[in-house]
Structure formats: structure tokens, C-alpha cells
Design a protein around this ligand. Structure first.
Ligand SMILES: *Cc1c(COP(=O)(O)O)cnc(C)c1O
Length: 369
């Protein structure tokens, strides 16, 4: 049985009847830059996430970059984040000229270990950038307390966690800025690249909107330097249609995760992903199992041989990436991140999976142990 890690063609089949006529109308309208589709989507997403403002941008990576720029973070500043994340988190910090300061993860949730943050705060620390990995939020209680105590900005990387909740509040609507991504593999994906910045603060929202468009306001007058970080109007159109289905897709992901949890129950050598006590809604962007006993490669090979898609997110933590050698970290500095990189495996979790496919995937994993 073929089970890809992600199959978006099935989702498209269900939406075709809505998306295709809307796209044809778009072609006739030719309102390609910002405009009504972008504004409608921004309003809808802000409402859905319980945020006051939303600014659609060109990608999740640019959402992170833009938030740092809007906050004026740059050379000489430090930003605390997790080394166990997609590269964009650390990359954005470096690109504004600031220094990423890593803090290891808490092994059950794979999110930043908040007990280890305060010891890394220095007079140069300007922000904390927690990553809500795999669909659940970091432990935001401590993060918000520390931010208040040390006067730091909180920029959430919610790329993998749209609609997930911490104590009933949506990811991205908790800190000063919430950055999300509409890369096709995220829970809400567009037909290319896209992202958004959420914020509760009027002044921050105004700055993000201005800097998204070269800091231009009014036209051809630039009081600050921004960039071209605009979301495509065509992507906003697609997202506006897809957003209506996000709750139902999320429920399917949760049901799929529950099925896997049951199938792996009591199986020695597999650790299933847990829902952290602070996370009131896990949206299951990825289903990440740990394969113990050094058998990950064996399981990987068995899955590939059985035509099941799987992947490792992420094989090399950021502190060990070649481009960050200059930061002076070494192997052993963040043992939980390194252990997660060595043990974890992502298996298919997307909403359109069937029960038969899920049972098949689990049986291949168990058979390889
Ligand atoms: C996907 C992702 C990003 C970047 O989003 P893009 O839209 O691909 O630029 C940033 N952080 C995390 C944790 C991600 O998973």
C-alpha cells in the first residue's frame, strides 16, 4: 500500500469546485498585489486566532524576519530560541544581525525548556523566540513571565501550530508577535509560499504593515527601511477558502494521532508524541515517534521498502549547523536536542489518511523493531 508522507491532491479534489472558479475570476480581475483578498484573509485569520491584527506576508521565514525588524532588533542583540527547529528560526535572528542564543528542549514536548531560559538572559537579550513545534505550543507561562520581568519581546514561531492553544489562547496570539507559515506542508497551506504576523498591539501592527511594503507610507515616502514581504493576493484567495475547513482538518489530524497512539500502545521501542500539560489544543502538524535502541534507520528502511513516506525533522540541530560554527557551540551542548535529532521519525498524519493506511503504517513500524 502506498502511503505518502503528505498528499495534497486529495484535499484539492475536495476544494476544486470552490477554488477553480475563484481563480478564474481572479485572472479576469488582475488585482494581483494586496487588495481585497488579502484584507479579507487577514481579518478572517485574526478572528480565528483571537488576535487583534494580522498581516499577511511572503512566508513564515519572512514573518519571523519582519517581526525582528519591526522591533528594531539587530547588531549586538541576542535572541533566545530552541536549536531543535526548522532553520528559519535561527536564520531570521542571524539575518537581522543579532545572535541566536540556544536553550535546549524539554524532551517530552520537543519545545524549549523554560527552566533553562533565565540563566541565558544577559543585558543584550532583546527577545525570546519560542517554537511551537509539531503542533503544540511551548510552555508560554514561564516565557511571558520572564519577558515581563526582563523587559523582553516575545516572538512566537507558530509556523507548525496554527490554532493550537496554550491555556485556551491560540498560538501566535500570546506573545508580542506571532509568526505563522502557509507552506504547503503546514496545517493551513497555500499554493506556494505565504505567512502571517499576528499581534495584539496597534503600533506593532502598523509597523509590520508598513515594513511589509518597504516601509512605504504614503506612497514613495519611506520613514523606515522594510522590504517586499507581501503575501500574494492569489495565495490569500486560496487561504480564504481553505481557512473554512481548517477546524475539520485539525480534528481529522487529532483523530489520526489518536489511532496511532492506540496502535503503538505498549509497543517497546516506540515512544509516541505526548500532549504537554500546558497545551490545551495540539493540532498535530507532525506525528513524531521516537525509535529507541538505535533502530531508526532500520524502521526508515522498512517504511521506504513498504512505500510509506517518512522523514526526519530535523537531523541536525541548529547549534551544530556549519553556518553557525562561529557561535562556538559543540556536540553535547544540548543533549536533548541532539537525542531528538537522532531518535525521531515523522510518519504520515495528514487529514485524508484512511484508517487502513494508518494501520498499515503502524504495522510496518512495529514489524521493523
Ligand atoms: C515552516 C517553518 C518555518 C518557515 O516557514 P516558511 O513559510 O517555509 O518560510 C519557520 N519555522 C518553523 C518551525 C517552520 O516549521
Amino acid at each position: 500500500m502506498k502511503v505518502p508522507l503528505l498528499d495534497l491532491k486529495l484535499q484539492y479534489q475536495q476544494l476544486k469546485g470552490e477554488i477553480e472558479p475563484a481563480m478564474l475570476a481572479f485572472c479576469a480581475e488582475q488585482m494581483c498585489i494586496l487588495g481585497p483578498h488579502v484584507e479579507a484573509f487577514e481579518a478572517a485569520l485574526a478572528e480565528k486566532c483571537g488576535a487583534k491584527h494580522c498581516c499577511g506576508v511572503s512566508s513564515g521565514s519572512d514573518a519571523l524576519l519582519l517581526s525582528l525588524m519591526a522591533e528594531g532588533i539587530g547588531t549586538g542583540d541576542e535572541v533566545i530560541t530552541s536549536p531543535y527547529t526548522f532553520f528559519a528560526t535561527g536564520g531570521a535572528i542571524h539575518r537581522v544581525g543579532a545572535k541566536p542564543v540556544f536553550v535546549d528542549i524539554e524532551p517530552k514536548s520537543f519545545t524549549i525548556d523554560t527552566a533553562k531560559i533565565e540563566e541565558k538572559i544577559t543585558p543584550r537579550t532583546k527577545a525570546i523566540m519560542p517554537v511551537h513545534l509539531y503542533g503544540q505550543t511551548a510552555e508560554m507561562g514561564t516565557i511571558m513571565q520572564l519577558a515581563k520581568k526582563h523587559n523582553l519581546t516575545v516572538i512566537e514561531d507558530a509556523a507548525q501550530a496554527i490554532l493550537s492553544q496554550w491555556q485556551g489562547k491560540c498560538a501566535g496570539a500570546i506573545g508580542d508577535y506571532g509568526c505563522t507559515s502557509f507552506f504547503p506542508s503546514k496545517n493551513l497551506g497555500c499554493f506556494g509560499d505565504g505567512g502571517a504576523v499576528l499581534t495584539q498591539d496597534d503600533a506593532k501592527a502598523a509597523m509590520v504593515h508598513r515594513m511589509r511594503n518597504h516601509g512605504m507610507e504614503p506612497k514613495y515616502y519611506h520613514s523606515v527601511v522594510g522590504g517586499n514581504f507581501r503575501i500574494d493576493a492569489l495565495q490569500a484567495l486560496v487561504l480564504n477558502i481553505k481557512l473554512k475547513y481548517l477546524d475539520q482538518w485539525t480534528q481529522k489530524r487529532q483523530a489520526n494521532a489518536a489511532m496511532y497512539d492506540k496502535l503503538f500502545e505498549g509497543v517497546a521501542g516506540v515512544v509516541t508524541p505526548s500532549v504537554a500539560p500546558w497545551c490545551t489544543r495540539h493540532v498535530r502538524n507532525q506525528y513524531i515517534i521516537r525509535i529507541l535502541g538505535g533502530k531508526r534507520q532500520k524502521v526508515w528502511d522498512a517504511l521506504k521498502a513498504a512505500e510509506v513516506g517518512c522523514d526526519v525533522y530535523y537531523p541536525v540541530p541548529l547549534h551544530l549547523q556549519e553556518c553557525f560554527n562561529f557561535l562556538g557551540y559543540k556536540q553535547g551542548d544540548f543533549p536533548e536536542s541532539e537525542r531528538a535529532a537522532a531518535e525521531t521519525l515523522a510518519i504520515p498524519i495528514y487529514p485524508d489518511l484512511t484508517q487502513q493506511q494508518i494501520e498499515y503504517v503502524a504495522s510496518v513500524v512495529i514489524g521493523a523493531l
